[in-house]
Design a protein around this ligand. Structure first.
Ligand code: 2HG
Ligand code: ZN
Length: 453
């Protein structure tokens, strides 16, 4: 192993090859604390050429490489796995930012640029990133692209896939795919960048992304609406969505989540307890409040909606939803199951998932929340023990039965690699394995992630 460490030091400089356990530690455990294992080293290249040199060295030595950005993943996809010889390839030093191209409405950024920085760059240019999520201060652009992150505003702007206009990436043998032209129309051959989006670092290492920006909309209105349950929440979406072209956020919370999060934030609860809550935000160039109020009135919920009256109450209500993850993490190490379910089946799914948890672990605490407009539900369970695998399996199977998916935005990672065959048939899995073998012949990129070994 010493030969590899020396080659890595030659590639990136010895101060950027971390071998000491205490300096490696922050890169070896994920945000949830559920996934943790030692790496041989953490390597921190500064640019695309150094990434290629690192990958060539690891290929030669047959050592696994775990690409990592802000380490905000939730499914064990960007930290090492136990029993495998691997290095963590940290991309946080790739922070170059090109000029904003106003005509094309895009900007080229290095892999390690955080979402918050991209948002600030876009804002300065009168634009917006068109993607937003709670981990914005740490989550990095290449990670968002590699995992096809979705977040809070996907109903309007789509997921990361929609935002990526081009990218540059390195294959495990050092070959470079450079599609940074960022053209909207370019159908000359296979869309290799599209293949890398959502590949979770198993096919190539993304080093640069050309990000498509959207107009900045500063006039915003927000309302929190208590509802009688998930069916009522879905009915509310059906009522307001067609008449609210400015709708850009449509979130779902339950009483368990609101109580825990309000407590965690030491915030007084903004509404009386209800089985569920819908949070709606509209954004436009002129104040959309009237449009929102009319839609709520027409949907019959005008009198019970809590409408943000100023910037502070607006931020507080948004924070109540966003801080769910932090509040849950403060309460313990949760089992997180990120599913997508067609909206027509959401309420039945929630009832059945609740029954699964109650029957298997009556003491466990279930918190359901998520992106209602996308049918993307975050099933968080605190206090699962020996029954955890069974519960996870049953809930994933339930999502599939409902016509949904076992991963809506967090990815498959290590957590769900064994479950992927529940959803994708043998022909599709074989095709995925063939693609993996073609792009990563030595199989060193993120071993065990997405495709079980
Ligand atoms: C969110 O929507 C994130 O806040 C995290 O996707 C969800 O903690 C979770 O399960
Ligand atoms: Zn989410």
């Amino acid at each position: 192993m010493r030969a590899l460490i020396e080659e890595l030091a030659q590639a990136v400089g010895s101060s950027h090859v971390l071998t000491d356990p205490s300096t490696r530690a922050p890169f070896e455990t994920d945000w949830t604390r559920r996934w943790s294992a030692p790496a041989l080293a953490v390597v921190r290249p500064a640019d695309c050429d150094q990434v290629a040199a690192v990958l060539r060295a690891c290929s030669r030595h047959g050592i696994g490489v775990v690409p990592q950005g802000g380490n905000t993943g939730l499914v064990g996809g960007s930290t090492p796995r136990a029993g495998v010889d691997q290095v963590v390839l940290s991309l946080t030093r790739l922070t170059e930012v090109g000029p904003v191209d106003l005509a094309a409405s895009s900007v080229s950024v290095g892999a390690g640029v955080t979402l918050a920085r991209l948002q600030a760059i876009a804002h300065e240019a009168g634009l917006d990133a068109g993607l937003d999520l709670g981990a914005r201060d740490s989550a990095t652009i290449a990670g968002l692209a590699a995992c096809d992150a979705g977040g809070l505003r996907a109903i309007r702007y789509g997921t990361a896939r929609t935002r990526v206009a081009g990218l540059r990436a390195v294959l495990s043998d050092g070959r470079i795919i450079d599609r940074r032209a960022g053209l909207l129309k370019d159908n000359a051959g296979y869309d290799l960048p599209a293949l890398l989006i959502g590949s979770e670092g198993t096919l190539a290492v993304i080093t640069d992304v050309v990000w498509r920006l959207v107009p900045r909309l500063d006039a915003r209105a927000l309302a929190l609406i208590p509802v009688d349950g998930f069916d009522a929440a879905v009915a509310l979406v059906a009522g307001v969505r067609p008449v609210l072209p400015s709708l850009e956020l449509c979130e779902l919370m339950t009483d368990a989540g609101v109580a825990l999060t309000a407590d965690h934030l030491a915030m007084s609860r903004p509404v009386d307890p209800a089985p569920a809550y819908v949070l709606l935000e509209c954004a436009a160039t002129t104040d959309p409040l009237e449009e929102l109020a009319e839609a709520l009135h027409a949907a019959g919920v005008g009198d019970r909606a809590v409408v943000a009256t100023d910037a502070a109450s607006h931020a507080r209500l948004l924070r109540l939803r966003e801080a769910h993850t932090e509040a849950i993490a403060a309460a313990g190490v949760a089992h997180k199951i990120d599913v997508g379910v067609p909206l027509r089946g959401l309420a039945a799914f929630a009832d059945q998932a609740t029954a699964i948890v109650r029957d298997a672990a009556p003491e466990a605490q279930l918190i359901l929340f998520g992106h209602l407009g996308d049918g993307n539900l975050h099933v968080n369970i605190l206090g699962l023990h020996d029954e955890a695998d069974r519960v996870e399996h049953e809930i994933l199977a339930l999502a599939i039965q409902a016509g949904g998916t076992i991963s809506a935005e967090h990815g498959i990672g290590v957590q769900k690699a064994e479950h992927l065959p529940l959803l994708r048939g043998p022909d599709e899995l074989r095709t995925m394995a063939d693609i993996k073998a073609a792009l990563d012949p030595p199989g060193i990129l993120n071993p065990g992630v997405l495709l079980a070994r």
